[in-house]
Design a binder for this molecule. Structure first.
Ligand code: ATP
Length: 367
């Protein structure tokens, strides 16, 4: 635990009858951080959030806020607030009254409420909207009022459960950047839930990737994308080729992999042993190819499909093993190669990762 740790989860488990929703979670969340819980439907994101909020009790394990055990503290005494996807504002109250509601309930004097609400309207960039009713606001503006209504109570931690889920794609994208800016201005720690990897990559300081009630990897967006630890992490984030390989030999920080009888060099990992079956992950946008020439020392395959999609081209290449790889590149970089032609396949060695094969232990539907 670091000095700036705000929230800690230790050994958190939750079972519903025979169903294990959470399987032993450990996590430290730092002050001022935007941390996202990301994972497929049913992986346990909402259950984790509800336990942090105090709306659910863990079967085992502890929740600490600033080192104090919160596990048996009721929700209203936790200094933790939640913004849900269906952020129901009070329809009969204008924006100002909606934001000030929690402060009035706490018996704060009128002058202080006015000041705090005004300050909050500035932070969420809704000055001038004080007298509007919720029905006169767009979805994005309503969402900002909902966040302001929670943030004005100055919680130590704000929990957000898919708060952009009800918005259309364009507004969602715009709100992602607004929300991140808002969080930094407010200076409140956010724990944000989403199953949308793009949203997680755009907003988070760190992402805790979940699957089947466990954290698979907790990392910055950069490290999760560039250095996934498992095949699940590599395939959940971005579009990735996961190439079945066997470790043939290890030489310092280099490893020789066998891919269906062809040899490929890669950066080694300290857990590799000769003969081991592993996955080599290469992002679709980093997989390159060129017409096969007699001196080709790279992996070889045959173009199956080449699809023009405007700015990009998506090409499917089949290896001798029958495994299909995807290359996605801009149309400016393209060399005209027709389906049926043989190609040499290559990539920057530093941009490919060897990962553990955890595909058998994950759900099929990973997105
Ligand atoms: P989604 O993205 O679909 O909201 P999630 O990752 O938030 O999913 P949870 O809602 O935390 O997942 O659910 C985790 C698991 O626990 C699921 O298998 C779910 O069916 C189960 N579960 C959640 N709440 C209950 C409950 N009250 N009773 C029984 N099972 C539950």
């Amino acid at each position: 635990m670091q000095d700036n740790t705000l929230l800690s989860l230790r050994g958190l488990r939750k079972s519903y009858d025979t169903q294990e929703a959470l399987n032993g979670l450990d996590l430290d969340v730092y002050r001022g951080e935007f941390l996202t819980l990301l994972g497929p439907s049913g992986c346990g994101k909402t259950t984790t959030l509800r336990i942090i909020a105090g709306l659910e009790s863990p079967t085992e394990g502890k929740v600490y806020l600033e080192g104090k055990d919160l596990t048996n503290v009721p929700p209203e005494k936790r200094e933790v607030n939640t913004v849900f996807q269906n952020y129901a504002l009070f329809p009969h109250m204008n924006v100002e009254r909606n934001i000030g509601y929690g402060l009035r309930m706490r018996g704060i004097d009128k002058k202080t409420i006015k000041e705090k609400v005004h300050n909050m309207l500035k932070l969420v960039q809704l000055e001038g909207f004080e007298k509007r009713m919720p029905s006169q606001l767009s979805g994005g503006q309503r969402q900002r009022v909902a966040i302001a209504r929670s943030a004005v109570l100055e919680p130590k931690l704000l929990l957000l459960d898919e708060p952009l889920g009800a918005l259309d794609l364009q507004l969602r994208r715009q709100m992602q950047f607004e929300l991140k800016g808002m969080q930094k201005r407010l200076g409140i720690t956010f724990i944000y839930i989403t199953h949308d990897q793009e949203e997680a990559l755009n907003m988070s300081d760190r992402i805790a990737l979940m699957s089947k009630g466990k954290f698979v990897q907790i990392d910055t967006p950069y490290d999760l994308y560039e250095h996934p630890n498992t095949a699940f992490a590599a395939s959940f984030i971005g579009e990735t080729n996961i190439i079945d390989s066997t470790v043939e030999g290890i030489n310092g920080d280099e490893v020789l992999l066998d891919i269906g009888g062809q040899q490929v060099q890669a950066r080694s990992r300290d857990w590799l042993v000769p003969g081991q079956k592993v996955c080599l992950c290469v992002r679709a946008e980093r997989l390159r190819y060129r017409k096969k020439d007699p001196g080709c020392k790279h992996l070889q395959g045959k173009i199956l499909l080449s699809q023009y999609t405007g700015s990009d081209r998506t090409v499917v290449i089949e290896l001798a093993t029958g495994q299909k790889l995807i290359s996605r590149h801009t149309t400016e970089q393209e060399e005209k190669i027709q389906p049926g032609e043989n190609v040499c396949i290559f990539w920057d060695k530093d941009k490919a990762s060897i990962v553990m094969d955890d595909r058998g232990t994950q759900p099929d539907e990973t997105k």
